[in-house]
Design a protein around this ligand. Structure first.
Ligand code: NAD
Length: 354
């Protein structure tokens, strides 16, 4: 039997409810494929502030770095909104990503056939959409120096070094190799010097992946194309700020924030989490959709643990729950046969894995 050490950060709000469901599903798939998961829980965010006075205790950093992968729920909530910035839950999250060195953020945007009506776009435009956005996460304008602000002026610097572009490009090309072998790199090379370097570097890396069809697109055009014809994309590769905006846009093609997972990977470890936050407005009501987190657990199996079969089994079980008409409240308006609670959705997906 294979054994993996998984660090769990449930966090705040619905984080606790949804991670519990993902663990249930992981245990079921583990039984089916002879895999054992040893879980260790760590604190981050508001719960960590309450327990230790620090949104990111050192024990959490060490524990995650020593695990095979981390499954993360969500952090934050109104209780901690009035803290000074460095003591807010969100500061813990940014510091956490930097400490973990997770430079590659992978966000799939998949439209389930059963939910084409949940999107604000026409069914014929979005049916079959399956995009993977690969965003550079710890460089670019969010971290570049110099930066500053006076009464009359504010400035930030968008800077990328070749090694940063190379390592994220490799991640994207490798993913494209496992998918439809199409990679679109997004930049603003008509205006920005940093984007010219980005484009030249991606071109150089492409030589190592001759089977992948590489194209380039300006970020403003990409924002339009994602709405006009999203099916043209397979893997999208982009820097931090463009990726921040485009991955949110792409994720909304599917119509529900409760469905979408993400992975943040690097050289030291990887963190898997839903794209949504801690949803304080529905915490404790049993109506949160756990699918984004269950899907994140599937990404963890696929990308960190190389357990492709187990990951496929979870993805198939999620699709089955959708096609059989089970919906949590957020999707109740779309072909629901039965509206179920967070726990029931976890149980239904688990039952397909037995
Ligand atoms: P949110 O994503 O928590 O919620 C936005 C809306 O989507 C809410 O109406 C919520 O009920 C709904 N929603 C979110 N997840 C859902 C799910 N699984 N099922 C059903 N409905 C769901 O964003 P917000 O309200 O802007 O932020 C709430 C808190 O979360 C804030 O403190 C914010 O800083 C934090 N946050 C944390 C993360 C993270 O931990 N990675 C990300 C975003 C926001």
């Amino acid at each position: 039997m294979k054994n993996y050490n998984i660090s769990l950060i449930k966090g705040d709000g619905i984080g606790v409810e949804i991670v519990d469901e993902a663990v249930k599903v992981l245990d079921a798939v583990g039984k089916k494929f002879d895999i054992n998961f040893d879980y260790k829980e760590y604190l981050m965010g508001g719960c960590a502030i309450d327990a230790t006075g620090n949104p990111l205790p050192q024990e959490t950093i060490d524990g995650v770095l020593n695990s095979d992968a981390c499954l993360f729920g969500a952090i934050g909530g109104p209780k901690w909104d009035n803290q000074p910035r460095e003591l807010r839950p969100e500061s813990g999250l940014l510091k956490f990503r930097k400490e973990m060195g997770v430079f590659a953020n992978l966000r799939p945007a998949i439209v389930y056939d059963e939910l084409v009506d949940a999107s604000s776009l026409k069914p014929e435009v979005i049916k079959g959409v399956d995009i993977m956005v690969v965003r550079e996460l710890i460089g670019g304008i969010y971290f570049g120096e110099p930066k500053g602000k006076t009464e009359t002026k504010g400035w930030n610097t968008m800077v990328y070094e070749v090694y940063e572009i190379e390592r994220i490009a490799h991640v994207a090309f490798k993913l494209a190799m496992k998918r439809d072998k199409k990679l679109c790199s997004i930049d603003k090379a008509n205006v920005l010097d940093v984007s010219q370097l980005w484009r030249e570097t991606v071109e150089k890396i492409a030589v190592e992946y001759p089977e992948v069809k590489l194209s380039h697109m300006y970020v403003d055009n990409c924002a339009m194309q994602l709405i006009a014809n999203p099916k043209q994309f397979d893997v999208i590769l982009t820097g931090n700020i463009f990726g921040d905006i485009l991955s949110d846009e792409a994720s909304m093609l599917s119509g529900s924030i409760g469905l979408l997972p993400s992975a943040s990977t690097g050289e030291k470890t990887a963190v898997y989490e839903p794209i949504h936050g801690s949803a304080p407005d529905i915490t404790g009501m049993g109506i949160a959709n756990p699918i984004a987190t269950i899907s994140s657990a599937s990404m963890m199996l696929r990308y960190s643990l190389n357990e492709e079969e187990a990951a496929d089994a979870i993805d198939i079980a999620i699709k089955k729950a959708m096609s059989e008409g089970y919906r949590t409240k957020d999707l109740a308006a779309f072909d629901a046969k039965e509206v179920v609670t967070t726990t029931q959705m976890g149980d239904i997906i688990t039952s397909y894995l037995k």
